[in-house]
Design a protein around this ligand. Structure first.
Ligand code: ARG
Ligand code: GLU
Length: 711
């Protein structure tokens, strides 16, 4: 008796945590009665049909995937989009020149004519969501070879794309859910004429930059504004000066009511990827082996850059964006590993595994589930070196050294010639040629050379021996770097540009004699011939077992668990709430403009504040967005979000827009592997701050007038 009680409590606890997790990232078409009831219990006045309804206008029609990777929302009947500054950054930067530096000074189009087109940019609406598991898994059996299975699935998807009812301007995308146990089809509309409308200066939109990234308290005005243009029938069209603003009655009304801790909100957007159902052994490998390797690699790269950046302003300007990109996930992985340890996530996952096994027995499920964790142990043991090798290759030879990544592009081009012929080669070379200028724009040879030496040393020291080429073991890196950076076409903008316009024979000949390319080729060949095939082989096996485990979890649980994020439209809800990052520290969930002033460092590249904002702060000129004398800037909530949710609308109980999601808190970033309600928080920019900046800082009344503002 005495022994039993804690066990019951433990099991109840586990079930409760999992039940709580049930409501994390929901498929809009599957909001069951239970879920909407729980949302209403928390204050929501919305119905399931308000949130998603394929037959009439509903909130999903006002949410877009922004340029494939972020989220955005429609806020006016003329197709006005709000998203994050960091999502629009590439576009803002591409329009910036020395005379018109929109990154530094901001950009405010005063009329439609001044709105700037962005070739290649697109946004995606999801009009209808349908489960299509039966059609996609038709002809599939459990014991099938994984490659054959995937090719049948692909055939079924292609077939469905041909037959699925949709309008001619719509597309169909099909995505796997629950590790391939279910499939859903999405009828989408892709609009391709997207114009830049407005952006605050970086000192507002990126305030706090890398130091504040993933952190609370936060004070970033992380928003930018775009507009969808359509053809005269309001349909998607390539850019044309004749296109007109997209018209819609599906747009968010905007609430400027006070932000209140404890109130309900939801996030509607496109979370990219979570892995909540990995076995403990996989999480352990990730946080104890893979993350440390990646963190270490990036630390070296960041230190090299920081050294040069602190001594030279030109280099600082050139490397700021690169530094931010590398630092973003460097910091995230650090937070993730710490968070997994702090929440004892591995132990809890192991307890869940015991519970799973007990349910298998109790519910008489497939007895082969009973050995599934032994299989995982075995596979992840084999996976270790492969995964490490793959990460070292990607981090070193592809992501963090410009010279090597140029070589990688050339290698792929050569491959196109060999496998697809001369015409394909020419076309691809033409498409890629302009990238050379781009690659050299923010490039400094000394920095890259130092990165090359430091990172290659790390590669040689740490690459699992099975995957390292013996030629590398006795190499003199200093000599090699001199030779490559002095002589290689990879370090010569003019010659590299010319190379892209050579015929394939000449192209090959030049590369064959190039010291940089010949060296890179050793690494790339090792990758394609050894690492990638091993990786594919082990991944196929792991995926198969993971799919089975997921199936087992679904059978073992009384409630269907929510599916991992996979880049599809989801909702997640919670309340506005702070957290306790460590003992005796309690974070309030709302930050204010005075906090911007507390952090202000004149002329600092992260914490400078524009004069005009200082003046507005001193005058307390906040009406009608705030009449308390305090201007809210950012706020925290308990919604489960991940990368891809950037730009997502934060929506109040009435369905009005109250903020734009842009980040998570560092202590809670393990939520991609293990969500913990206690310390996982998403960070949003308060919509009142956005309006205040548009109105009082940008003096852009026309945009305010376009929106519907609820007081
Ligand atoms: N951490 C946020 C995200 O993952 C913001 C990144 C942009 N900011 C930066 N300093 N890199 O996208
Ligand atoms: N900043 C992230 C993005 O670009 C969102 C933050 C997160 O990972 O939750 O999507």
């Amino acid at each position: 008796m005495i022994m039993k009680k804690p066990l019951i409590i433990l099991v109840l606890f586990i079930i409760q945590t999992i039940a709580a997790q049930n409501s994390r990232m929901l498929i809009p078409s599957e909001i069951s009665r239970n879920v909407i009831y729980e949302m209403q219990e928390m204050g929501a006045q919305l119905t399931a049909d308000d949130i998603y309804n394929p037959n009439q206008t509903s909130l999903n029609d006002a949410v877009i995937q922004f340029n494939g990777g972020c989220t955005g929302e429609i806020v006016s009947p003329k197709g006005l989009i709000l998203t994050n500054h960091h999502c629009g950054y590439g576009a803002i930067q591409s329009h910036s020149t020395f005379e018109h530096n929109y990154v530094q000074d901001g950009f405010w189009a005063q009329n439609f004519e001044q709105e700037l087109p962005n070739p290649g940019m697109y946004v995606t609406f999801v009009r209808k969501i349908t489960e299509v598991t039966k059609q996609i898994l038709n002809g599939i059996t459990d014991d099938m070879d994984e490659n054959i299975k995937q090719s049948i699935i692909q055939k079924n998807i292609n077939q469905l794309k041909k037959t699925f009812p949709k309008k001619e301007w719509q597309d169909l995308s099909v995505k796997a859910f629950y590790d391939g146990n279910k499939y859903y089809a999405f009828v989408e509309e892709n609009y391709k004429d997207i114009r830049l409308v407005a952006a605050p200066p970086a000192s507002i939109g990126k305030f706090g930059a890398d130091t504040d990234n993933w952190m609370w308290p936060r004070h970033t005005g992380d928003f930018s504004i775009f507009r969808i243009y359509a053809d005269k029938n309001n349909r998607p069209a390539e850019y044309s000066p004749d296109n007109v603003p997209y018209q819609t009655d599906a747009y968010f009304k905007i609430s400027i009511k006070p932000t209140r801790p404890g109130s309900f909100f939801m996030i509607y957007g496109f979370p990219g990827r979570t892995q909540e159902y990995l076995p403990a052994v996989a999480v352990e490998q990730k946080v104890n082996i893979i993350n440390p390797a990646r963190i270490h690699t990036r630390e070296i790269a960041l230190n090299v850059m920081k050294n040069f950046m602190s001594k030279n302003d030109t280099i600082k300007l050139q490397y700021t964006a690169k530094f931010a990109r590398i630092a973003n996930y460097w910091k995230k992985w650090k937070g993730e590993s710490q968070g997994i340890n702090k929440t004892k996530a591995i132990k809890k996952k192991k307890e869940f595994e015991q519970y799973f096994l007990s349910q298998v027995k109790e519910k008489n499920l497939d007895p082969s589930y009973l050995t599934i964790f032994d299989t995982f142990d075995d596979l992840y043991q084999k996976n270790k070196d492969i995964e490490l090798a793959r990460n070292y290759f990607i981090e070193i030879a592809y992501l963090n050294n410009d010279l090597l990544s140029r070589a990688f592009n050339l290698y792929n081009l050569q491959d196109i010639y060999e496998h697809k012929g001369k015409e394909a080669f020419k076309k691809q070379a033409e498409d890629l040629a302009p990238n050379v200028a781009q690659s050299f724009k923010n490039y400094n040879e000394q920095v890259d050379k130092e990165l090359f030496k430091k990172l290659m040393q790390l590669y040689i020291d740490n690459m699992p021996r099975k995957y390292i080429n013996e030629q590398l073991l006795n190499i003199d890196l200093n000599k090699l770097a001199d030779e490559i950076y002095d002589n290689s076409v990879l370090n010569n903008r003019e010659n590299l540009e010319k190379l892209y316009h050579k015929n394939p024979k000449k192209f090959n000949k030049i590369l064959q004699e190039d010291p940089g390319y010949q060296f890179a080729k050793i690494l790339i060949n090792d990758y394609y011939n050894k690492i990638a095939p091993d990786y594919k082989y082990i991944r196929n096996q792991i995926n198969k077992v993971q799919r089975k485990y997921m199936k087992g979890i679904i059978q073992a649980m009384d409630k269907l668990p929510y599916p991992d994020a996979n880049g599809t439209l989801r909702i997640s809800y919670g309340i506005i709430k702070g957290y306790q990052p460590r003992d005796a520290v309690l974070y309030y969930p709302i930050s204010h403009l005075q906090g911007v002033m507390e952090k202000y460092i004149p002329n600092d590249y992260e914490f400078d504040v524009p004069d005009k904002l200082i003046k507005l702060y001193e005058q307390k000129d906040y009406a009608p967005y705030s009449n308390t004398g305090f201007m809210p800037v950012n706020f925290l909530g308990t919604a489960h979000t991940t990368g891809g949710n950037s730009g997502s609308p934060a929506i109040n109980k009435e369905g009005e827009l109250i903020g734009i999601n842009f980040d998570r808190v560092w202590e809670g970033t393990m939520s991609d592997l293990y969500y913990d309600q206690k310390i996982s928080r998403n960070i949003m920019v308060d919509i009142k701050y956005v309006l205040f900046i548009i109105d009082k800082y940008g003096n852009n009344k026309r945009l305010i007038e376009e929106m519907t503002i609820i007081k």
